[in-house]
Design a protein around this ligand. Sequence first.
Ligand code: AQP
Length: 332
Amino acid sequence: MSRILSAIQPSGTLTIGNYLGALKNFVELQDEHDCLFFIVDQHAITVPQDRLELRKRIKELTALYLACGLDPNKATIFIQSEVPGHTQLAWMLTCNTSMGELERMTQYKDKVQKQTAKGQGISAGLFMYPVLMAADILLYDVDFVPVGDDQKQHVELTRDLAERFNNRFGETFKVPEVWIPKRGARVMSLQEPTKKMSKSDDNPRNFVLMTDEPNVIRKKIKSAVTDSDGVIAYDRQNKPGISNLLDIYSAFTSESIESLVARYEGCGYGQFKSDLAEIVVAELEPIQQRMKELLKSNVIDEVLDAGAKRANQLAFKKVKKVEHKMGLGRKK
Ligand code: AQP
């Protein structure tokens, strides 16, 4: 059975971008693979976070994982900071990573721009983010890493670091493959469809949150930016707004883009948006209901305790192996 790992930052309430690019696929993968799904709170603090908000979001994200259908009997669900092996391995990998490799990371460059625009400084943690992510992955000998398009470059760096380490110190890490979902890999902002939908975006009209009320969802989708020619066609370059909505529709329903375009031929954007809004509401409402129930129960703590226990067992072994290979500590 192959092993799969993926994680989400509790840096805001999840958007339908995170859902379609990550969470929805996790649920399908857990039946056939040994899955580790976790919450990367140490990644979230690479940009400033409010302490109490962060705690709340970690719990809500766990509830959302479970409400979307992740089953703790099939998948290991845990919080990154409760498994010290992640930062231990990250340091050892940092010492085998060049500054140039990290400077090339697109997400780092984007985040620097965002932070600068907000008048906030750039932490060294933001720069090191991809190495911590590589440690997250390499600790567990995973076969596949399912991620949205935006994280592909980070997984490629992980592969380079693993290969370099194996060449220098002998076979230590499994080199993971990136797994990009067929649909929903890159959901774009509703108001600025040439940029990615992100949970930490300052403009709430740019995203639909997993916890948005039905009427808020309807309003956001109906006011999504399109174009003036009124033809429902897929053209990312020239019609980014409607193409993004087609992608979202297709990812929610699994209906192909070609079939949607044919079915909506001659229809206006208004009808299309209104149908899409109802599809999104119908999928999110039951998830929101389950999430509320879970947040009132003890289930979340039980799941996270069990998950941390298993993840720590796996991580400890790998950290010891890497320390040994690099000559750290004493030989016992
Ligand atoms: N717009 C997106 N479309 C498809 N997939 C996406 N993902 C993120 N945005 C989209 C996927 O969601 C998973 C979790 O991402 P993350 O929280 O670890 O970090 P991120 O990629 O930086 O996501 P955000 O929403 O943009 O967070 P912030 O705003 O905090 O930076 C990943 O698998 C990612 O590919």
